[in-house]
Design a protein around this ligand. Structure first.
Ligand code: KPL
Length: 313
């Protein structure tokens, strides 16, 4: 399969590295100098017990890639709009785009920018990956990746299902165990609620995920944030297999030593995904007339940290 992975972050490099043996993979990086570097040095995926080097074609010029069958959109949520406006040269009748962002901030952008004719789906992955240098990924945890068509995407016609099935097979064949599911939005929201509970608090307290569970006060805020999000989700018809607060605690324990993606962003002085996670939740709640005071406070605090960082630099 001809595949374009957009974004050389942890997830982008992990997927490009996994897929490159059996597919024609391009990695798109908006930064031409880093694209050159990655082309020369390749990618390194370090897993428990072994590390693997691989070569992929990296470019900052998407016209060099041409149309592809699968686009894996792995940029941070805040970059989705800009990328969607630019990816025309990668798309034709055969293309499927899978958006793998955290949060729900990108959901309205996909139908709005891609229009009626594009075939796109959503993906939710629970792989634990950290970028420790350009093209260098620490792959800590495996997990199932789920992909599917949300109701807002064009259709559930046979051709779209065929493309998603092929994408799931290709990813699974590359060691990224992937399932095609009929209710992808439920999975997107289930992950959102975990991120709502964990990410902002780790950024505020500057701590690994597991430390959050050591303070009764912090646990109470986590639970309240997740409950606010659960009310919003239920109001729009999202259903959860397991209780979201229970799942959030479990994920926090299972990833106790992890530095959350939001804290990684703060430490690297990058913009965080607070707007796509807690911020987008607040906006959805406001549309529905539901209160979200705990999430509003989390957003306020993370934005204050972001402002302080940028005042320093
Ligand atoms: O998804 C995550 C993130 O860091 O974005 C969690 C589940 C919190 C793991 O760190």
């Amino acid at each position: 399969m001809k595949i374009a992975v957009i974004g050389p972050g942890a997830m982008g490099c992990l997927l490009a590295g996994a897929l490159c043996d059996a597919n024609k993979v391009w990695l798109l990086d908006h930064n031409p100098d880093r694209a050159d570097l990655l082309n020369r040095q390749g990618l390194v995926i370090e897993e428990i017990g072994h590390s693997r080097s691989c070569r992929v074609n990296v470019t900052a010029d998407l016209r060099q890639i041409g149309p592809v069958e699968l686009i894996l959109l792995c940029v941070k949520a805040g970059k989705v709009k800009e990328v969607l406006h630019a990816i025309g040269p990668l798309c034709n009748q055969e293309s499927l785009l899978l958006a793998l962002q955290n949060g729900i901030g990108h959901l309205p952008l996909l139908p709005e920018i891609l229009g009626d004719s594009a075939c796109w789906g959503l993906g939710v992955t629970s792989h634990g990956a950290t970028l420790i240098g350009p093209g260098y990924v620490l792959h800590k945890g495996q997990g199932i990746t789920r992909i599917g068509l949300p109701t807002e995407s064009i259709s559930t016609d046979a051709k779209s299902i065929e493309k998603l099935t092929a994408a799931a097979q290709t990813l699974t064949g590359a060691g990224i165990q992937t399932e095609l599911v009929p209710d992808i939005l439920n999975h997107v929201w289930a992950k959102l609620l975990v991120n709502v509970g964990i990410n902002a608090l780790t950024a505020i307290h500057d701590c690994p995920n597991g430390v959050l569970l050591e303070s009764v006060e912090t646990v109470a805020i986590m639970e309240a944030a997740v409950l606010e999000a659960k009310h919003v989700a239920e109001k729009i018809g999202i259903t959860f297999g397991d209780d979201p607060w229970h799942v959030t605690r479990q994920v926090c324990l299972a990833t106790a030593a992890n530095i959350s993606s939001m804290l990684q962003d703060i430490r690297a002085r990058r913009p965080t995904e607070i707007e796509a996670i807690n911020g987008a939740l607040i906006r959805k709640a406001a549309e529905l007339g539901l209160p979200t005071p705990v999430n509003e406070e989390l957003v306020r605090k993370v934005k204050e940290i972001e402002r302080n960082i940028h005042d320093f630099t």
